[in-house]
Design a protein around this ligand. Structure first.
Ligand SMILES: [Zn+2]
Length: 304
């Protein structure tokens, strides 16, 4: 499957045109409303709504349409989060209503909030939108530069599991926004998440890191100043044969070391293979392949 997610409000018309061409070639394009982008760039919800709804109407070639949401931030107080969740639900209803009929079955309303109550209210609201098939989950904790990386803490995992169970009872699938990686995929699978998107593979490749199934990202570098796991020239073949992964981009250690784009493409292929194959393993089989020190190894252990 060739599919990608993109945030029109953050990019612009030129890319939209390109993607429209790709969709004609069979790519599945998911439009992200840009709720998070707007929040972190001092925009407001009103502005987002006025931009995205006409955009959706004019671009009916997409595969999925994320409905505009009002994203709580980690430093919001309880009352603000309550208010934002309420607005997200009300506006999902409104946007669904105004979305052209032929796009309604492609709409993805987003579950926001941090409590069971928030999740329940969101799922109940979205289950009433009769053509909706998928709901999104975006309430992750973030860390890193500009809060760039979504992480699944133990609390978030509990909320997500609750959301997935509730949504499945209503025959709704769950898409997790902005999380993924060789150690996160087993957790998402264990929680019953139906789909996810992530850009971690690009970021990791840019930092000189490569993926192997179920392993924490590893540096391809002899630079011993770097923290974290490393892959040395003599390790590569063993990693490839042990993991059963091979692709044209990881044949040569030198190429992986020198070429950012080879690392990125190798990482993407690893994630693709994992998301297809992870369901074939039991949790115990997965755990034996994961690094002991990974955050998600302990999380998966505690969930299991
Ligand atoms: Zn590879």
């Amino acid at each position: 499957m060739k599919s990608l997610i993109y945030t029109p409000i953050a990019t612009g018309d030129k890319l939209t045109e390109k993607l429209s061409g790709l969709s004609e070639e069979g790519f599945e394009i998911m439009f992200d409303s840009g709720g998070y982008h707007v929040q972190t760039n001092n925009g407001d919800f009103e502005e987002l709504y006025k931009y995205i709804m006409p955009f959706y109407e004019q671009n009916d070639w997409g595969h999925r349409y994320v409905l505009p949401d009002n994203v709580p931030l980690s430093d919001d107080d309880e009352a603000t989060v309550d208010q934002k969740v309420k607005e997200t639900r009300a506006n999902a209803r409104l946007s669904y209503y105004f979305l052209p009929d032929k796009l309604k079955s492609k709409a993805i309303p987003v579950i926001q909030g941090s409590t069971y109550e928030h999740v329940t209210e969101c799922v109940e609201t979205y289950a009433e939108l009769d053509k909706v098939q998928t709901v999104g989950f975006g309430s992750f904790e973030t860390f890193g530069n500009n809060n760039g990386v979504n992480i699944i803490s133990e609390d978030v995992a509990t909320t997500l599991r609750y959301a997935v169970n509730l949504a499945h009872e209503q025959e709704l699938e769950v898409h997790a926004f902005g999380v993924g990686g060789p150690t996160v995929i087993p957790v998402l699978n264990h929680l019953g998440v139906d789909s996810f998107d992530c850009s971690s593979w690009i970021r990791a490749g840019g930092y000189g890191e490569i993926y192997f199934p179920f392993k924490s990202p590893m540096h391809v570098s002899h630079d011993t100043d770097r923290n974290g796991p490393k892959v040395f020239r003599e390790d590569l073949n063993q990693l490839r044969s042990e993991s059963g992964h091979s692709c044209p981009f990881c044949r040569s250690y030198t190429e992986l070391r020198e070429s950012r784009i080879s690392r990125i493409l190798h990482n993407l292929i690893v994630l693709k293979e994992m998301s297809r194959g992870v369901g074939d393993y039991t949790t115990d089989e997965v755990l034996t392949q994961m690094n002991d020190q990974s955050r998600y190894t302990s999380l998966l252990r505690s969930l299991a």
